[in-house]
Design a protein around this ligand. Structure first.
Ligand SMILES: NC(=O)c1ccc[n+]([C@@H]2O[C@H](COP(=O)([O-])OP(=O)(O)OC[C@H]3O[C@@H](n4cnc5c(N)ncnc54)[C@H](O)[C@@H]3O)[C@@H](O)[C@H]2O)c1
Length: 319
């Protein structure tokens, strides 16, 4: 591979412009070769703003012409499958946003195709790459295993129908909290849950306890019938505890800080820019490093499918 990883991006929507194009544009070892969107003005604007060489409206033309190493596919989950399959069929490495698919079956098929075509794949579970989370987990794991963790995601959005009802709230969005439970506690052996559909026709809350293969315990609280957005985490083990709010700070208690130590999310990230302190830059850095080294990214498609499957299990386990 040349010094620079040649990247093309399909999708120039809200999130892409806010976090992914800025992350890629800031990497000296990435050449942003092309930007593509069905809407010509969006493709042209992203290409101009972030220095992509060419704008396309037809992603197949981009894949055929642009001599890419890797492709970002950034669009709603029900548009994702065919485009991602086409990228992989051309032997190109691929990054997609969460959720990886509309169903677990689709997510697993993406994983199979990635293995069959021998490409590297990654799903943007950015919470795993929040610098504060990584710093704190690394510090705690030096002291022993995490035996109890808590993952909370609240929003005030009770009548939630993502993309006009294409996908439920837990697979689409609260999956961030589900994936983080796995990241903190490891493989889940069994779950028990309570779901609710308060004042709406479908689920808008799921609260659960999980037993990890390690013997530890996880607690999940996701609820869209609340008064605000709150997305927090806890990690505990023998002699240590951490309470994390990645929008603000973490409070850590351990032998090093028995009275507690506060670590701000900006300090952990070394930046006050949202796409940096909220993990988007870090996940892209990881993906590009993997493309350069040939190593499979942490959140490759088959791994991400496990978080989709855990969502299925949470619904199935509802009392
Ligand atoms: N990680 C996070 O915290 C987070 C936050 C918000 C959104 N997301 C995810 O990001 C993804 C994109 O969300 P968004 O809000 O930016 O969407 P968006 O609707 O603003 O943008 C999607 C873009 O893709 C384009 N598009 C669709 N099909 C295309 C095709 N075949 N070829 C070229 N362009 C095509 C559309 O024209 C649109 O501009 C979603 O999967 C969403 O779940 C993740």
């Amino acid at each position: 591979m040349a010094d620079k990883v040649r990247v093309g991006v399909v999708g120039a929507g809200a999130l892409a412009n806010r976090v992914h194009y800025p992350s890629l544009a800031a990497m000296p070892d990435v050449e942003l070769v092309a930007a593509c969107d069905l809407v010509e003005s969006k493709a042209a604007s992203a290409a101009k703003s972030f220095g992509a060489g060419k704008a396309y409206t037809d992603y197949r033309a981009m894949l055929d012409e642009a001599k890419l190493d890797a492709v970002y596919v950034l669009m709603p989950p029900y548009h994702l499958f065919d485009v991602t399959m086409d990228v992989m069929a051309r032997g190109l490495h691929v990054f997609i946003e969460k959720p990886p698919a509309v169903t677990t079956f689709q997510a697993e098929m993406l994983g199979e195709a990635a293995a069959r075509h021998g490409v590297l794949s990654m799903v943007g579970f950015n919470r795993r790459f929040i610098p504060l989370h990584r710093l704190v987990r690394e510090r705690l794991e030096k002291q022993g295993p995490i035996s109890h963790c808590v993952s909370v995601f609240y929003k005030n959005s009770p009548d939630v129908a993502y993309y006009r009802g294409a996908i439920d709230y837990l697979h689409c969005d609260a999956i961030h909290a589900v994936d983080m439970l796995r990241w903190m506690g490891g493989d889940v052996e069994s779950v028990a849950s309570v779901t609710h559909s308060l004042g709406w026709t479908h689920e808008n809350g799921c609260h659960a306890v999980a037993r990890f293969a390690s013997g530890g315990t996880g607690v999940l609280m996701t609820d869209w019938v609340t008064g605000t957005r709150l997305h927090t985490f806890e990690m505990h083990g023998r002699g240590f505890s951490a309470f994390l709010n990645p929008d603000v700070e973490a409070r850590v208690y351990d032998a090093q800080a028995p009275q507690g130590e506060t670590i701000s999310t900006f300090a952990a990230a070394g930046s006050e820019e949202f796409h940096v302190y909220y993990g988007f830059f870090g996940e892209s850095r990881h993906f590009i490093d993997c493309v350069k080294s040939g190593q499979q990214p942490e959140t490759h498609f088959a791994e991400a499918a496990k978080s989709m499957k855990l969502v299925d299990q949470l619904y199935a386990a509802a009392i």
